[in-house]
Design a protein around this ligand. Structure first.
Ligand SMILES: Nc1ncnc2c1ncn2[C@@H]1O[C@H](COP(=O)(O)OP(=O)(O)OP(=O)(O)O)[C@@H](O)[C@H]1O
Ligand SMILES: [Mg+2]
Length: 411
């Protein structure tokens, strides 16, 4: 395929931050970030839009800020879908009676996916991803896409990610009201996986966990596909809330304590087991460090145990050959990696999304920038993955249109 250039813009509306990134993409050089912006979220609660006009303004302001950074305007966005309204399930689908020559064609795979969608259809829900786990042709398992193979019957297990239609429509309205069009959508956890997981990890089996502000999502990858995923409406903001209630302090004080208690200066005459907050003379409060640690640890403990039990109970823990990969802003919690390692008995890493310098070109999906250092953070895995997801979608469209013109000119 001849080199093609196009622009992709990603938008991640998170509970803590809204992030936008604009990339100049080329089928030869990969994805170059030319503009990016991050703004604190307002009007969101557990990823549900509670104040539409506030979120509309925020989306407009964030994308406009990225546009100014890029020195260009954009009109369509690849949007991340997140929150507790997302559901994940696996369903079986079958297609019988192929054409007379028994050769599997793209249309049979489309029928298979439609069949899976119909099996898992629920009132008021919209499918956002259909991921094929494994195919069986006339009862025999095959690992690769079976298009071109011969069979009379195709069976598949398809992992479905669906979202609440009303919430999706509200997201769509907010983006349209902000003056943009939706070019594509991707579940945030899948987007994060695109920016931090290696092909080897996805082949050998990996558990990806994204702990954001208002939600935690996970996905189990094995054999380069997703076998299990789930999302819970619990995240780092719940730790802040627990500290606020447990220590009887304000929300901003609790957020500050959560992020800085381990680094608070300890002077020679101060007691290292006490953290002081507020002005030294007025409103000065002394908080026992052990209480802060206990509150944070109990919430992290509960969340991680919950995810592990969910994966174990559903029978997929043994698929995780290469280990656990964490992303999301809450991974900045003090000693997060050391604390979470104890739960799994498998290698654990906190991942920073790959953002290379312009001269390092390793593959056509290289993401690079020489000035957006702030995106090199576990909380930015989703926004960088959304650029990759947009790139993949555009590439598939280009290949399809080339196939179409090829056919016209050949006949
Ligand atoms: N240094 C830090 N220490 C502890 N927690 C932190 C730190 N920095 C950020 N966080 C927490 O990370 C969370 C935000 O993470 P992130 O930016 O990934 O959220 P989000 O993508 O906006 O949310 P979601 O994905 O749930 O919609 C907040 O709860 C915030 O308090
Ligand atoms: Mg997030």
């Amino acid at each position: 395929m001849a080199r093609k250039d196009f622009i992709i813009t990603g938008l991640d509306i998170g509970t803590s931050f809204v992030r936008a990134a604009i990339a100049k993409c080329s089928t030869e050089n990969g994805i170059e970030i030319i503009g990016a912006a991050v703004k604190p979220s307002q009007g969101m609660k557990k990823i549900v839009i509670v104040n539409k006009s506030e979120v509309t303004e925020l989306v407009r302001a964030t994308v406009e800020s990225a546009e100014r950074d890029a020195g260009m305007e954009v009109d369509s966005l690849h949007v991340g879908i997140s929150g507790g309204h997302v559901n994940c399930c696996t369903t079986a689908a079958v297609v019988n009676n192929l054409d007379a020559d028994d050769t599997i064609k793209e249309k049979h795979i489309t029928n298979l996916i439609e069949n899976a969608r119909a099996n898992s259809a629920e009132r008021g829900r919209e499918a956002i991803h259909e991921i094929t786990q494994e195919y069986r042709l006339d009862g025999h398992a095959v690992e690769e896409n079976p298009v071109g193979s011969a069979a009379g019957r195709i069976e598949a297990r398809v992992h479905m990610v669906t979202a609440d239609r009303t919430i999706m429509e509200n997201h769509g309205r907010v983006i349209n009201d902000a003056g943009f069009r939706i070019a594509g959508m991707c579940w945030n956890v899948i987007a994060s996986g695109l920016s931090v997981l290696s092909d080897e990890e996805k082949k050998e089996g990996v558990l990806l966990i994204d702990i954001g502000g208002g939600s935690t999502g996970y996905a189990v990858y094995f054999n380069n596909t997703i076998y299990l995923s789930n999302v819970f409406a619990v995240g780092g903001d719940h730790i802040t809330n627990d500290l606020m209630i447990g220590l009887n302090i304000r929300a901003d004080e609790a957020e500050d304590i959560k992020k800085t208690y381990a680094k608070k200066a300890v002077t020679a005459d101060s007691n290292p087991s006490i953290i002081k907050i507020g002005m030294p003379v007025k409103n000065n409060k002394s908080l026992p460090k052990a209480d802060i640690e206990m509150i944070i640890e109990s919430r992290v403990d509960e969340l991680i145990q919950f995810i592990k039990s969910d994966v174990v109970d559903k029978g997929f823990y043994s698929l995780i050959g290469s280990g656990i990969v964490f992303v999301g802003g809450s991974t900045h919690l003090y000693h997060f990696k050391d604390k979470t390692r104890n739960y799994f008995g498998k290698p654990v890493r906190v991942a920073t999304p790959l953002l290379n310098m312009p001269d390092i070109s390793t593959s056509d999906l290289n993401i690079y920038s020489d000035r957006h250092e702030f995106l090199r953070d576990p909380s930015c895995a989703t926004i960088l993955g959304l650029l990759k997801s947009g790139y993949n979608l555009r590439l598939a469209e280009l290949k399809k249109s080339i196939g179409f013109f090829d056919k016209i000119f050949r006949h």
